[in-house]
Write a protein that binds this ligand. Sequence first.
Ligand SMILES: *Cc1c(COP(=O)(O)O)cnc(C)c1O
Length: 421
Amino acid sequence: MDHFLYRDGALFAEDVAIAEIAAAVGTPFYVYSTATLLRHFRAFDEALEGMDHLVCYAMKANSNQAVLKTLAQAGAGMDVVSGGEYRRARAAGVPGDRIVFSGVGKTRDEIRLALEGGIRQFNVESEPEMIILDAIAQELGVVAPITVRVNPDVDAKTHAKIATGKSENKFGIPIARAREVYAMAATMKGLDVIGIDVHIGSQLTDLTPYEQAYQKVAELTQTLRDDGHTITRLDLGGGLGIPYERSNADPPLPSDYGAMVKRTLGHLDCEIEIEPGRLIAGNAGLMVSEVIYVKSGEGRDFLIIDGAMNDLIRPAMYDAHHDIIPVIEPAAGIEPQPIDIVGPVCESGDTFAKQRLMPPLAAGDLVAFRSAGAYGAVMASEYNSRPLIPEVLVKDDQFAVIRARPTFDEMINRDTIPEWL
Ligand SMILES: *Cc1c(COP(=O)(O)O)cnc(C)c1O
């Protein structure tokens, strides 16, 4: 069930009118639905029912404290990829033993932070990292639980910038060298090898690459066990795609994914971890923006809105599609017209959609970008000195600002002037 629906011709987030939030916080802004976040988390949790499992939300998709707390209270663990994310997860009340540390370039400081603060496991991505982790763990007198991230060399068939499971990608160690690396890990006193990790990419819309990767993980589990390693945990990564276009896509559901996991890995009697980000947060958020001008160009018209590429970079960065809908429902029988939807930033890349069919809109009207809850606010910048836009969380008929828009002074005063000026 969708929690962003029209009611009597006006768009709502759960039981709150979008126009009411716009009046309170100004545009542009992000708004998230608690019910949708929880529904998506539970869909994964239920998909793995019957297997010992933990859903570790990949918080890089949306790391607002209120979002983390909502999911953590529902039982989610967290997948973090930096010391900053580790601190954010802890600040939101997530205990260390529910935090998984992923990432190809963990620094010594980040490793120390997690070892001292408590960690479920490190997903180690290279031998040099393994050596450093072992040394720091021994220095602190602790043992670091680890999996090794293997690169299964499968084509995730997704956008090149978010494919991570081919041998040419920087992630993990080649699966063909896994035995060697596990043998090395087993000799290290600061490490406790507990499992295998794999993550092949993001926005996957087909289960086949997963199944190929997981079959390789199943074989590797047997091989490593035969070599004498204790493999009790499999971290299967995230990456399940979402329908960005309501009209034409239907990516696999978490339940299909869960059934495939049971089919390929269920016999191994391992604890399963998964790290979904986009599928939990993506369709739980909108970006709402106001039309500034409608401009007639040569052969095409432009809808110039107050949101821009610095607020939502996915179209510029990944050629991503977002459905864009008016906040006032168009009357029946209105003929949509093609129009380019653009922001005010001084780059042609600041284009959200070309020749998109939209009902007639005028300055002052509000539009909502669907599927903007993941990789939206977290990737925003203040390019063109446009302050970060606020984030709002809705729960039933309540809403709260969960990150305020900085004032212009706050934005400017982050810079400091050297004495000599
Ligand atoms: C990005 C990432 C995820 C989450 O990917 P989604 O597409 O948002 O589900 C999970 N695990 C790792 C290691 C990642 O880098």
